[in-house]
Design a protein around this ligand. Structure first.
Ligand code: DC
Length: 228
């Protein structure tokens, strides 16, 4: 139900490569919402931890790192730019090394606590479409509209490969699929706020849907639940 005076919040959760960010960006552009990619925040902390050569199983050090790192988001042409301690790391967070390690950092409760504070602050005024793994279940449990977007593992690997190739990064599809399975496993089995569908989320399997169909389905859902 929409709270009077406050624009709705939309949560889009789902596994790696389900297409959350591309559809969320398009829907937010069409409806005039602010798009927030929360995975980018965990990636930015991972960039810093890797640069510093941290042991990624040292939860205390990673927590301290997250507590002492400034993460800020900005927007250029509806595209999110992420700053880590004032430095634009938007390109670096997409590097394969970061993708391979980010779920180890994201599973640390102390890191999550810090990122969730920022995420909730960003959503305070509503009017946001936030994508992640735990938005509907944990970050914004009262979001007016919740979507759980998924697709088969092979389809998700193919889409990730296409995105990476477009960014000039060479990929091995089989390896990418293995990495996606590993990442899903860590994300879904961690203790704090694991990746699961919120009971009240609408499930969309995009395996056999076009990009436009997914965008339209989500927009319809927002219109139905939030009145547009
Ligand atoms: O969506 P992504 O691939 O950029 O996410 C990167 C990692 O961060 C992934 O392992 C899941 C984790 N993540 C999370 O735990 N919670 C979120 N809200 C968003 C991402």
């Amino acid at each position: 139900m929409q709270v009077t005076g406050r624009k709705p919040a939309v949560a889009i959760d789902g596994p790696a490569g389900a297409g959350k960010s591309t559809v969320a960006r398009q829907v937010s552009k069409d409806l005039g919402y602010i798009y927030i990619d929360t995975g980018a925040m965990y990636r930015a902390i991972t960039v810093k931890a890797l640069r510093l050569g941290y042991n990624l199983s040292d939860e205390a050090k990673l927590t301290e790192l997250a507590e002492n790192t400034e993460i800020k988001l900005a927007y250029k042409d509806h595209t999110q730019v992420i700053y880590m301690d004032g430095e634009d790391v938007s390109a670096e967070i997409r590097l394969p090394l970061v993708s391979q390690n980010v779920s180890l950092v994201a599973k640390v409760p102390g890191v999550r606590i810090e990122m969730v504070k920022i995420q909730r602050d960003l959503a305070i005024e509503g009017g946001v479409i936030m994508d992640g793994r735990d938005i509907g279940t944990y970050v914004l449990p009262n979001a007016e509209c919740k979507i759980f977007l998924t697709a088969s593992t092979s389809e998700r690997a193919k889409r990730r490969a296409k995105d990476l190739e477009a960014a000039g990064i060479e990929v091995d599809l089989i390896q990418l699929e293995k990495e996606i399975i590993t990442r899903d496993e860590i994300d879904s089995t961690r203790k704090m706020a694991p990746l699961i569908k919120a009971e009240d989320a609408i499930l969309i399997d995009s395996s056999n849907l076009s990009f436009d169909e997914v965008v339209e389905t989500i927009k319809e859902c927002i219109t139905q639940k939030c009145g547009g």
